[in-house]
Design a protein around this ligand. Sequence first.
Ligand code: ADP
Length: 608
Amino acid sequence: MERTEEEARKFNWKNWGVVRKMGYYLRPHAWGYALGVLIISLSGVLTLLVTRLWGQLGGVGASTGEEAGVESPMAMLNIDMHSLTEVGWLILLVLAVQATLSFGRVLLFAKMTEDMMLAMRNDAFEAIVSMPMKFFDTRRVGDLNSRVSADITAIQDVFTTTLAELLRQIIIIVGGILALLYFSVTLTLLMLATLPVMIIAAILFGRFIRKLSKRTQDQVAESNTIVQETLTGIISVKSFANEAWEVVRYLNSIKDIRSLAMRGAIWRGAFASFIILFIFGAITLVIFKGAELMMEGGLASEHFFTFLLMTGLVAGSIGGIAAQFSALQRGLGAIESLMELMEESREEVVTRDDQAYPALQLRGDVSFEDVHFHYANRADVNVLTGVNLRIEPGKRVALVGPSGAGKSTIASLLQRFHDPTAGVIKVDGQPLDQYDLTGFRKRIAFVPQEVILFGGDIRSNIAYGKTDASDAAIRSAAEQANALAFIESFPDGFATVVGERGVQLSGGQRQRIAIARAILRDPDILILDEATSALDASSEKEVQLALDALMKDRSSLIIAHRLSTIKNADQIAVLSQGTILEIGTHDTLIASGGAYKKLVENQEFDLA
Ligand code: ADP
């Protein structure tokens, strides 16, 4: 779910320490930012200057030019401030400089921010994929994805526009007020006493009105829910003859909309009156006082015009600064949550260099020794309670048992997605946690129940098992997985794009791609979660043949659902409520007449 503006994380100053970690991304651009600050400051001053010159134009235009005041800086530039043409040219020159500066500033900030975003996106993605599985157990992928991208966008806003705007507005407000004071202290004090107060009141007023209209929207959504529910459950509504009851329920809800909307309208009307009366009133007061001063001769006409224009500029900046502050707050909140994500403890270092791993070769002698386990997020549920299980090198062990017994959990533990809470899992006599995590996982292949292909072509999907594999190796893996025939029947062959934007493969075809991927990987240990969904008889046979090729001479742990797979296993382990009830072959287990025999008699397995 996307976080709305309202729900965006509010920044807590206590967490300033976390935000300072952002310094890591800023430091390479320290000089760039210094230059940016300089450009913005200069540009702010130029804005004030242009306003001053506009006022000059108006003032000169209004007066006849007799009341020549000495304009020291301009006099130095040898510009006649009472010549409209010269002032006009000067304005044009200043504008040209400002235009150039702004162009440079936008590019500079874009370059620095894009570099920073690249680094942050990269690090955030790396942080997320390096998290241990328990991280994903407690979060929904969609949430995580939209949260991180919303956070990064908020941060991007801060560094591309918010900070620059904030600085520019502060310069205009401070510089503008100083200039105003220079023109007329009385007028400035009068202006400051009225206008900013009114503007701030207007901003608060505006927020209040937005809240009200949000409540109206919520109420509209609520009444829509009633319609939706009623129509979805129309059978129940009719069979209980509750139409009238629903109509009343809806009517009450839409009456609430009306009264909320009317309350909003009253406040909106009040707001319009407020603006007209108080803001425009304050402006009138200032103009009135200024005109009075001018008539008394206490204020030159060009100063009066400048005063008015500059007041407008300052007032605009005061009005705009609140929005920048809330964008800054949002940005800081986003930085905080992103930095926290980066700080979360990860699995052992993931490196991009396949060659970095010593060519680990396992015999594939797996043993679970009195393994206990509960998931971190559900500590009260003991999922495994003392599992003992051995897979001898090259043998197949089928795990069977009711759903929820802990079969998938055993498969997860063997891939070290989690560590046992007690007991130990050993491979070739060595506890799992003593292996290099990535090196170890590279010797395992997992064929899941629901094969999800990546959005790319068939070739890259198979090559996922070994990213540097040659075309010949990929082809041979596809052949062993019984997939070559259907792949070659596509016009594009291995370059056929699959997934959302490509061709839809059947369940059996997807499984064979996954098997080819595992064959290509050539693992020492294979974990197979057998598909429960039934395939048609011919693809069933194709998949079975492919699996046989894959499992040949590899230690395999199979979460099995089909009787044929189970019968072919060297050992069958019957799991129930986190412990293994019995282990043996099909024949011995049937003969002993225990849990397994019952499962078979109750036809718990697919006969396919
Ligand atoms: P099976 O594969 O035999 O159906 P699982 O290993 O999936 O059983 O589940 C065993 C128990 O562990 C169930 O009670 C299940 O609810 C719980 N469980 C599985 N995965 C998680 C998880 N990620 N977090 C918390 N509990 C889980």
